[in-house]
Design a protein. Structure first.
Length: 78
């Protein structure tokens, strides 16, 4: 398996996204990308932190309450 950094993966995916649009204008692109990246980020970090929200928040550099809100928003917890 080749090692790609996240930036290269995002660049390739967005390039393909624009090709797939076939000339159509994109809408809310920033929100789409942030939401698409944020959910797997939170999921993986929470798994690595073994569900410990305080630890995960520290690793992410965000407040625990912010993490909890994002986990609820992405339906990763109730």
């Amino acid at each position: 398996m080749s090692k790609k950094n996240i930036e290269e993966c995002v660049r390739e995916t967005l390039t393909q996204y624009f090709k797939d649009l076939n000339g159509e204008e994109p809408h809310s692109l920033h929100d789409m990308v942030i939401l698409a990246a944020e959910k797997p980020l939170l999921d993986v970090v929470m798994r690595q932190a073994e569900g410990n929200q305080s630890k995960a928040a520290e690793w992410l550099g965000i407040n625990r309450n912010t993490l909890r809100r994002k986990l609820v928003d992405h339906k990763l917890i109730k």
